[in-house]
Design a protein around this ligand. Structure first.
Ligand code: TLP
Length: 345
């Protein structure tokens, strides 16, 4: 790593496809996926469904579209969706479910682990009557981005899902980083998501694909999701060129997430020693710094001056995400640079 090269910790979405992935993409067998003819997309969907223990899957361009298609497939306009106040669907998907799905998003407080309190979910379930929206869906998130990459244990997901199911509501799990949860907790993703009807996961984050997410669930729901995807303009044609990257990632890029988690711990320990930041030990690849001295903007600018990129993450908070393209040596270099920024402040 040269002195001037930028170390990009803004997100694991910045990862670049490596040479082997690019070769897999270049050699992909393709067809028209809207006709169901693309063998690479079909292979990715079958692999994805199997990997998370669901019947079927549909390939979509982004995590945002996967979640939106899930909400559209589980609900009708005027329904209510229960979800965490810190969830990505509630905070970072441009209220697409409200605008396009015509549903009401009802946030419940997230606990520090990214979960919800069972009693809050129970209390939020609507009694059916003329006036109320129908409680149609509960959305959970694993790992939980805003809660610092925390893993939602299978037992917690089961307990929350049981309440929803009892009320006749569906359960969708935003598993954008579900394989980080699998690797960190040494629990198969299929087990972590077993209690949810549907699960979405991203190929374009730690798994290092250039693009793409998958929504997995029962065949009937995925058939509906295919129509919703088409409505949103997400029906792609020779998408196998992209899907081949996903197949490659599922085969080669899951186990290595453990390196990202180890790097996140090293980064958090180093940052915590500097003084101006409170840093919790990360559960996976997301490191959150709470600014104790100075300002968030001041530190982001100081880091950027040293060639370390991070993002603002709520009031007084900065996020750094470790990933394939920042190895252990680069993490050490990032810490050296940040130390210089602190010394100069
Ligand atoms: N998260 C991105 C940004 O939107 C913040 C990131 O850098 O972390 N669910 C979760 C839990 C996510 O973290 C994200 C992306 C999505 C869904 C949406 O995925 P994309 O970006 O593919 O639409």
């Amino acid at each position: 790593m040269s002195d001037t090269q930028s170390i990009d910790l803004r997100s694991d979405t910045v990862t670049q496809p490596d040479a082997a992935m690019r070769r897999a993409m270049a050699g992909a067998e393709v067809g028209d996926d809207v006709f169901g003819d693309d063998p690479s997309v079909n292979r990715l969907e079958a692999m994805a469904a199997e990997r998370v223990g669901k019947e079927a899957a549909v390939y979509v361009p982004s995590g945002t579209m996967a979640n939106l298609v899930a909400v559209l497939s589980h609900t009708r306009p005027t329904d209510e969706v229960l979800l965490g106040s810190q969830s990505h669907i509630f905070n970072a998907e441009v209220a697409g479910s409200a605008r396009i799905g015509g549903v009401q998003l009802r946030p419940l407080p997230n606990d520090a682990g990214g979960g919800l309190d069972e009693s809050d979910v129970e209390a939020a379930i609507r009694e059916p009557n003329l006036h109320t929206p129908r409680t149609a869906l509960l959305c959970l998130e694993n790992t939980h981005n805003s809660c610092g990459g925390q893993v939602l244990p299978a037992a917690k997901t089961e307990a929350l899902a049981a309440i929803a199911r009892e009320a006749g509501a569906g359960v969708h799990l935003d598993g954008a980083r579900i394989f980080n949860a699998e690797v960190a907790s040494e629990t198969p993703a299929a087990e972590l998501v077993a209690a949810a009807d549907s699960v979405s996961f991203c190929l374009s984050k730690g798994l290092a694909c250039p693009v793409g997410s998958v929504l997995c669930g029962p065949s009937e729901l995925i058939d509906r999701a295919r129509r919703e995807r088409k409505m949103l303009g997400g029906g792609m044609r020779q998408a196998g060129v992209l899907a081949a990257a996903g197949v490659h990632a599922l085969e080669h890029n899951i186990e290595r997430l453990a390196e990202d988690h180890a790097n996140a711990r090293t980064l958090a320990e180093g940052l915590g020693r500097l003084g101006p930041f409170a840093v919790e030990t990360p559960a996976t690849n997301i490191v959150i710094l709470r600014v104790l001295e100075g300002t968030r903007e001041g530190w982001l600018a100081a880091f950027a001056d040293q060639g370390v990129r991070a993002v603002p993450f709520g009031a007084g908070r900065i996020r750094m995400v470790t990933h394939k393209d920042v190895d252990a040596a680069a993490i050490d270099e990032a810490l050296r640079r940040i130390e210089q920024a602190v010394a100069a402040a």
